[in-house]
Design a binder for this molecule. Structure first.
Ligand SMILES: CC(C)(COP(=O)(O)OP(=O)(O)OC[C@H]1O[C@@H](n2cnc3c(N)ncnc32)[C@H](O)[C@@H]1OP(=O)(O)O)[C@@H](O)C(=O)NCCC(=O)NCCS
Length: 154
């Protein structure tokens, strides 16, 4: 199996949409395209595993600077399509992401995995990641969705 690892491009949008669905996130192609553009303009990176022109895995990798913790790389949205799991693609995507972070002079890399993703926890442990803490994540909507604030005649 000949896999190539490269930066994502707009032509990957429908494959990325499917991969995100496998991860449990539903988004339309237009949304994924817009986010791809935003991610790149913010200076972070999305790398895909390309099998014969089709993205079969992806990882979003970003650099964060926090007041308390300083600079760290973060792995988000790492997923390999179901039928190809267990064949080394996830490991290779992780290595590509870490190599990119080194080019950004990032001293460490972290990943947050949902507590229910037990397979992912074992995968990260097998790749040398150490569990350092457990967190609860809180969220709150800021304002009403745009559509609800516009009257049908607007
Ligand atoms: C987690 C995931 C990205 C791993 O990718 P993968 O291609 O299946 O993993 P690989 O084949 O590259 O495995 C690499 C190594 O991890 C180990 N590994 C992978 N899954 C494992 C598991 N469930 N338990 C223990 N070890 C595991 C492999 O044995 C292999 O070990 P090696 O380096 O000694 O050879 C993939 O399974 C996936 O997409 N899962 C669903 C989405 C998800 O949970 N993403 C993480 C979100 S935080």
């Amino acid at each position: 199996m000949q896999i190539q690892y490269r930066d994502a491009s707009p032509s990957d949008v429908s494959a990325l949409r499917r991969l995100l669905q496998e991860l449990g996130y539903v988004a339309g192609e237009a949304q994924v395209l817009e986010r791809l553009d935003q991610v790149r303009s913010q200076g972070s990176n999305i790398i895909v595993a390309d099998l014969e022109g089709e993205a079969v895995g992806c990882v979003h990798v970003l650099v964060e600077v926090r007041l308390a913790e300083g600079c760290a790389g973060e792995i988000v949205s790492l997923v390999v399509t179901g039928p190809l799991r267990g064949s080394g693609i996830g490991k290779a995507l992780l290595e590509e992401a870490c190599a990119w972070l080194k080019t950004q002079a990032c001293p460490t890399v972290r990943v947050r995995a949902n507590a229910i993703r037990h397979h992912a926890h074992r995968f990260y442990a097998s790749q040398g990641f150490q569990e350092i803490k457990t967190q609860k994540v809180f969220t709150k909507a800021l304002g009403e969705p745009l559509l609800e604030t516009i009257s049908p005649t607007d």
